[in-house]
Design a protein around this ligand. Structure first.
Ligand code: ZN
Length: 92
């Protein structure tokens, strides 16, 4: 089981969190984004090996979103922070 360090609550077990998606995606502009831009944003995902930035919601805690840099091969949590934070230690 993963242990995720919420920046506001401290270290908690994975069961308190809900995966909320890829933290590396840039939402297309509502006015200028093309249909293809939106298709890619909603449906297409890379499946990289190694460190990757994800969003998790501390759904059984403070309910805030946490940015998590996790090695998707080993499940090691490398760093956590606020959603807009720049995390240290390799990753996407
Ligand atoms: Zn929390």
């Amino acid at each position: 089981m993963l242990e995720i360090k919420c920046p506001w609550c401290g270290a908690r077990t994975q069961t308190e969190f809900t995966y909320a998606g890829d933290a590396t995606l840039d939402r297309p502009d509502a006015e200028t984004g093309s249909e293809e831009d939106w298709y890619e944003y909603v449906y297409l995902r890379d499946n990289p090996r190694g460190a990757h930035d994800e969003l998790w919601q501390h759904s059984a805690g403070c309910r805030r979103y946490v940015k998590v840099r996790r090695d998707v091969t080993t499940h090691e949590i490398i760093a956590t922070g606020a959603p807009g934070a720049k995390l240290d230690g390799g990753g996407s």
